[in-house]
Design a protein around this ligand. Structure first.
Ligand code: C2E
Ligand code: CA
Ligand code: CA
Ligand code: CA
Length: 267
């Protein structure tokens, strides 16, 4: 795409801009490792979308992901991220033994996408090509669940393809306890706002209860937003399985992520 056309994107309405980015240069991806409390090594990687550097009017994902949802573009964005993730992973596996590694790559998927009729078909089509990584979909609920039945059917079908489901930002947004009973969920993610409150008795009790409840339902637990050693120690004591956060490792470029993977894969 010519330089001038890219800068022109700054003047168009938000939905058209998002669609144009997907169809032209594509969104950038960064990768944030998940670290296992048991051995301090890699337990997974989360993919996070970024506004491309070459496109004017940079926005944070907290701004443009909800805009994509409001304009019905969440399935398109999530499939775009999945397609780029698979491409990146294939380039990694050409470089390393990552192909055989046991940990999953987590991709954020809007509640809107799993209620979309064509989403499952497109995911199945993207996954037909092998090899492919172990995948987990982090179900974010910034968009409401109008059709829980359709979502449950899609997630069941995805489980059939070996894709695990994680409930992101549990207890925030629309994510709530009923989801544990109605959806095929493998992981629960504790939001960074809850991690930030671990310096109070009430905060520790709240997170402890979530971990207990998840364990009782047979789920693993990942806490996000770990910014200091004290939070790591408290979460370890509470029985949390995996941690993420700036104190452990910030989101990395694809080339830095592959180095992290090589250095921190459990032997
Ligand atoms: P999230 O899935 O809860 O992602 C965690 C956010 O916390 C990320 O922000 C990450 O960069 C940030 N973070 C990581 N460690 C720390 C820490 O120690 N402290 C603090 N304060 N923040 C930390 P990011 O990348 O800006 O993403 C924001 C949200 O946008 C995500 O929240 C997710 O809901 C959404 N999102 C990001 N990528 C995608 C995507 O590909 N698809 C969809 N549907 N949503 C996405
Ligand atoms: Ca997430
Ligand atoms: Ca989260
Ligand atoms: Ca969050």
């Amino acid at each position: 795409m010519p330089e001038c056309a890219i800068s022109e994107l700054g003047k168009i309405d938000p939905a058209t801009r998002i669609r144009d980015v997907i169809r032209s240069v594509g969104f950038d991806l960064v990768f944030q490792p998940k670290v296992a409390f048991s051995h301090g090594k890699l337990g997974g990687i989360e993919v996070l979308v970024r506004w491309p550097e070459v496109v004017a009017g940079r926005q944070a994902p907290d701004q443009f992901v909800p805009l994509a949802e409001q304009h019905g573009l969440a399935p398109m964005l999530d499939l775009h991220v999945l397609e780029r993730t698979l491409r990146t992973w294939r380039s990694w596996s050409a470089l390393t033994r990552l192909c055989w590694s046991p940990f999953p790559i987590s991709v954020n998927v809007s509640a809107m996408s799993v209620q979309d009729e064509d989403f499952l078909r497109s995911v199945t089509w993207l996954l037909a090509e092998s090899p492919r990584p172990k995948l987990m979909f982090e179900l974010t609920e910034t968009a409401p669940f109008h059709n829980p039945l359709a979502a449950a059917q899609t997630l069941e079908a995805l489980s059939g393809h070996g894709i695990q489901v994680s409930l992101d930002d549990f207890c925030t947004g629309f994510n709530n306890h009923e989801r544990l009973d109605t959806l095929p969920v493998a992981e629960l993610k504790i939001d960074r706002e809850d991690t930030a409150k671990l310096d109070t008795i009430a905060g520790i009790r709240h997170v402890g209860q979530m971990i207990e409840q998840a364990k009782a339902a047979g789920l693993t637990v990942t806490a996000e937003g770990i910014e200091c050693r004290d939070q790591w120690k408290t979460l370890r004591t509470l029985g949390c399985d995996y941690g993420q956060g700036y104190w452990l490792c910030p989101p990395l470029s694809a080339s830095d992520a592959v180095e992290f993977v090589q250095d921190y894969t459990p032997s």
